[in-house]
Design a protein around this ligand. Structure first.
Ligand SMILES: Nc1nc2c(ncn2[C@@H]2O[C@H](COP(=O)(O)OP(=O)(O)OP(=O)(O)O)[C@@H](O)[C@H]2O)c(=O)[nH]1
Ligand SMILES: [Mg+2]
Length: 429
């Protein structure tokens, strides 16, 4: 099965914990602070590998966690940073935040990389907290937690030209005779279930990538047949080659086919109708074809250019390829950004709402105050609660963020319970 849409969980490695340590020197009971910093956690990085064509590998492996940094050591030993976790993806992979729908990365070129989940930084060891007032602090940070999120990967075939049409009109046959691609060809419908790409070179040495897509039928935009998942692949092609079976050998009427497919393209995405389209009348080697072509020309209008070909007997191909190459010379690119303008705007607003620096105070049923929010949760996770100095620093950080004031405003009094993640504190004036 061709997988072109998967959900994946990614987590950057946590930072290593900073250490509380002191120099041990002969005759000196407690030397200066010497606890080293923790190493940084690894990032989860996606990288394009042009050898991959599908998202198939993600069917069985959907969790990607980078390693955590090594904890800091004594004698100011810095913990080692963890290696990044490199995950290979095929060209044309779009990575989206599953929750917000926002595009995180649009991976196109071989070797292109994007950090999808950043690892946490290592916690600082106690030597970094030494001050003249407190030369021997018993304080270190725990490693910062790595970012974790669920992402959706979507694969869009990157082709200049997309072949569209009903099943069995000869799309794969055409690709097979104009490129080195070897798609499966057969007389039954939906022979092609995954898009095939081929590099086409014209006689005058212009080249472009052509994609043979699974056949479309009426209702495709609503998921009928192989469904709209494949229409998605057409979104990025710059020219559409619309293949029509002129032989009538399947009992369908060529002009009706033409109208039906165009309607499907339009229903799926209006922008597809802006794309230049080349009409190909295939199977011209068949007896009825000539007559059908005349009827078709009448219905479609004399001014519309049609390319009669026979993929099987290789007639009319060069003229068609020249026409495609000519159009490609002026056809604009259709980058994703351009196509998702409206969607992106709403995602940006959403992102603002979920700003990571904010904290939220709510009340539990028992009257306890509940603290949540990215920053406060991160500070909490980085605090080593077994040490007084660390706890004091954490309280200072909360005060600095304005959390004490906010709690007071919400009516918190001395001795009230405050919850943060799965822990409870007492509010102290
Ligand atoms: N006579 C004739 N038959 C053709 C021609 N092109 C393709 N065919 C035949 O039409 C049938 C379908 O061809 P395919 O290339 O598999 O068609 P397709 O459009 O890729 O079909 P799906 O992948 O099912 O959407 C095969 O039996 C081909 O041999 C042609 O130019 N002339
Ligand atoms: Mg096919």
């Amino acid at each position: 099965m061709f997988v072109d849409h998967v959900k994946v969980y990614v987590k950057g490695g946590d930072g290593g914990d900073g250490m509380v340590g002191f120099r041990r020197e002969k005759y000196v009971p407690m030397g200066g602070p010497a606890g080293g910093d923790g190493g940084n956690g690894g990032d989860v990085v996606f990288e394009v590998d042009e050898g991959l064509r599908t998202l198939m590998d993600f069917r069985y492996k959907r969790h990607f966690k980078a390693n955590r940094g090594v904890h800091g050591g004594s004698k100011n030993m810095h913990g080692a940073n963890a290696d990044d976790l490199i995950v290979k993806v095929p060209p044309g992979t779009i990575v989206m935040n599953e929750e917000t729908g926002q595009v995180i990365a649009d991976l196109v070129e071989h070797g292109q990389q994007a950090v999808i989940a950043k690892g946490g930084r290592g916690g600082r060891g106690n030597s970094r907290f030494a001050t003249p007032a407190n030369p021997a602090p018993e304080l270190s940070e725990k490693g910062e937690p790595g970012i974790e999120l669920n992402v959706t990967l979507e694969l869009k075939v990157l082709a200049d030209v997309g072949l569209v049409g009903f099943p069995s009109v000869g799309k794969s046959t055409l690709l097979s005779v104009v490129s080195a691609a070897k798609p499966k060809i057969a007389s039954y419908h939906f022979t092609t279930i995954v898009p095939n790409l081929g590099l086409v070179e014209t006689e005058d040495h212009r080249s472009f990538v052509m994609a043979d897509l699974p056949g479309l039928i009426e209702g495709a935009h609503e998921g009928v047949g192989l469904g709209h998942q494949f229409l998605r692949h057409i979104e990025r092609t710059r020219v559409i080659v619309h293949v029509i079976d002129m032989s009538g050998m399947e009992g369908r009427e060529p002009y009706e086919d033409y109208v039906t497919i165009n309607e499907e393209l339009k229903q799926y995405n209006l922008r597809l109708t802006e794309r230049p389209q080349i009409i190909v009348a295939n199977k011209m080697d068949m007896p009825e074809a000539e007559e059908n072509l005349e009827l078709f020309k009448e219905k479609v209008g004399k001014d519309t250019k049609i390319f009669p070909i026979s993929a099987v007997s290789r007639q009319g191909l060069q003229e068609l390829l020249f026409a495609v190459a000519d159009i490609l010379e002026d056809a604009p690119e259709y980058p994703l950004e351009h196509m998702q303008e409206e969607e992106t705007e709403t995602s940006v607003m959403y992102k603002h709402e979920a700003s990571k620096d904010d904290f939220v105070i709510s009340r539990d049923d028992d009257g306890a105050f509940v603290l949540s929010g990215g920053t406060v949760e991160r500070l909490f996770k980085m605090t080593d609660f077994s040490r007084e100095d660390s706890i004091r620093r954490f309280s200072r950080q909360l005060r600095g963020m304005g959390i004490d004031d906010a709690l007071r405003e919400r009516g918190a009094k001395d001795g009230d319970t405050v919850r943060l993640l799965q822990f409870e504190f007492e509010f102290i004036e």
